[in-house]
Design a protein around this ligand. Structure first.
Ligand SMILES: Cc1cc2nc3c(=O)[nH]c(=O)nc-3n(C[C@H](O)[C@H](O)[C@H](O)COP(=O)(O)OP(=O)(O)OC[C@H]3O[C@@H](n4cnc5c(N)ncnc54)[C@H](O)[C@@H]3O)c2cc1C
Length: 493
């Protein structure tokens, strides 16, 4: 018997949509992410209405079937075609690119009620907030409420490149990332969901002598910390990543134990397991303010009512500065948009995530075969903006096809954007600040996804009184006033 497909590009059946709905993914943005429908070359043109109709049949509300945000380009376009565009002639972020509209909110009746009180209220249902909820619950602190203003994966955690690496330039971040990588090895089993962790390595390319010196310095540090980082000649690097043009760089550093993950399942896995242990996750619930009495916050106010609180955790990523501001706390974070794209699926050809230092260019190949790549833009102004630009496509296409000319024929299927939450020293802000019961965990720049598994363990240990990792002495908010900040410069994008 033939199979009925709702999404022909991604092979999504009615039964898969029914399973997603039964697992609590009711709105179209969430069902898109859970099943993959609408992420193929047609971008939902042929399947959006069919899936919406199926969801309505299953009992979704009209608010839940509001169409998902459409992603450019309208048709797949070859990188070679985009590389012919002049980025300087295209508007940059400051020149009026509209930010992505906030997602439609399902009707109140479709949302589970808010509890009147929680011992721990976590603001932000990204990887940091959800991993922390899970780690707290594992330690017996189960009266935890996570508040997320949109659907899960709305923030940077659902928009990133999935790179996980231990190649850092300070012992603190090397240790944190290495512990996270080790945790990733067992997370699929622990969370009960495939997180698509693949250790294909990271290959950093050094285009100048200064960059080479930096890689060599890092490699010595990595060796002292037991990492298998090696400095390669261009010819050796091309054996690791065959499509590269060796004249574009002088040397490379390669660690085969780094890798990539698929970000979305992490959030569902952490959320499901945290809820199974007693925590509550409430999506489409935006924090709008706080009430305080003396030195403590007493209530978290939301657009669905107030919740009395014990500890409040600010895990709002690029919105953390706004959330801190609601409690009268000033933080130096600068949210900054970063754009990213995926191509059509290709034959397997690239093991490592490749990053060309000094340009912000990086790309890897996903296990679905797509090229996944991004590139920071020095012209990008500060501000939360998840909208996409043609300028990014042109800049990425030029840089990528110069470094790997064979990519010119590869077609871009989809682009989107998220925000880095940048701090002055590129390190996180951790621990209590502003109020005795206001805990900060944000400022994770472009590497928060890979740090979250281990960082959540350390935060949960501190909150439950099990131990205090040196991270909390190194990265309090107060370091910026006290001049104690040590900068991390090995940032991509
Ligand atoms: C394009 C791009 C590529 C990246 N690549 C990588 C990579 O390869 N590897 C890596 O490790 N990291 C990468 N990062 C960085 C990484 O995605 C982030 O550091 C990480 O996801 C931060 O997680 P988070 O939970 O702190 O923030 P988020 O995932 O942004 O979660 C914060 C959540 O808070 C919610 N929120 C905000 N305000 C409120 C409010 N008032 N009320 C309720 N909820 C609220 C938001 O909706 C959001 O969902 C990348 C980022 C981008 C944008």
């Amino acid at each position: 018997m033939g199979k009925t497909l709702l999404c022909g590009c991604e092979d999504v059946t009615p039964e898969e949509v029914q399973r997603a709905f039964a697992a609590g993914h009711r709105d179209l943005e969430s069902v898109k992410r859970y099943t993959g429908f609408g992420t193929g070359p047609c971008q939902g043109k042929s399947c959006l209405a069919l899936v919406a109709r199926e969801l309505l049949r299953l009992g979704a509300t009209p608010g839940e079937v509001a169409p998902f945000t459409s992603r450019p380009p309208r048709q797949p376009v070859a990188l070679g075609t985009l590389a012919a565009l002049d980025p300087a002639s295209l508007p940059a972020g400051a020149d009026g690119i509209p930010p992505e509209a906030p997602p439609a909110r399902p009707g109140e009746g479709a949302l589970p009620p808010l509890p009147a009180r929680a011992d721990v209220v976590i603001i932000g249902g990204g990887v940091v907030g959800l991993a922390l909820a899970y780690e707290l619950a594992r330690r017996g602190t189960t009266d935890v409420l996570v508040l997320e203003q949109a659907y899960l994966n709305f923030g940077a955690s659902g928009r990133n490149g999935g790179g996980v690496r231990a190649q850092w330039s300070t012992p603190t971040l090397i240790d944190l990332a290495r512990r996270s990588l080790a945790r990733c090895d067992g997370l699929a089993v622990e969370l009960g969901i495939n997180v698509w962790f693949r250790r294909g390595g990271y290959l950093f390319l050094a285009p100048t002598r200064e960059h080479v010196a930096r890689l060599e310095r890092n490699a010595r540090l990595h060796a002292a910390h037991g990492l298998r980082t090696r400095i390669l000649t261009p010819a050796e690097a091309v054996r690791v990543a065959p499509a590269l043009e060796p004249s574009c760089f002088l040397a490379a550093s390669h660690n085969p134990d780094d890798g990539v993950v698929f970000p979305w399942p992490f959030l569902w896995g952490y959320a499901t397991r945290a809820e199974a242990l007693g925590a509550k996750v409430r999506t489409f619930t935006r924090v709008t303010g706080f009430r305080a009495s003396g030195p403590a916050l007493t209530h978290v106010e939301t657009d669905r009512g107030a919740v009395a609180c014990g500890l409040v955790v600010n895990a709002a990523g690029a919105w953390s500065k706004q959330v801190a501001g609601l409690a009268g706390l000033a933080t130096p974070n600068r949210p900054t948009r970063h754009e990213i794209l995926v191509s059509e699926a290709l034959e397997p050809w690239l093991d490592p995530l490749v990053s060309l230092l000094g340009t912000g260019l990086y790309f890897s190949q996903s296990q679905r075969g797509e090229l996944v790549g991004g590139m920071g833009d020095p012209a990008e102004p500060e501000g939360v903006n998840q909208g996409s630009t043609l300028r990014f496509l042109a800049r990425f296409a030029r840089a990528a096809t110069r470094l790997a000319p064979r990519l010119a024929g590869v077609k871009v299927v989809r682009q989107w954007a998220g925000c880095y939450d940048v701090t002055p020293d590129n390190n996180p802000i951790l621990g209590p600040a502003g109020h005795a019961n206001f805990f900060q965990v944000h400022g994770l720049v472009g590497h928060g996804f890979m740090m979250a598994p281990a960082l959540a363990e350390d935060c949960a240990d501190l909150i439950t009184g099990r131990g205090r990792h040196e991270l909390f002495d190194r990265f309090p908010l107060s370091r910026f006033q006290q001049g104690g900040a040590v900068r991390e410069d090995f940032i991509i994008g």
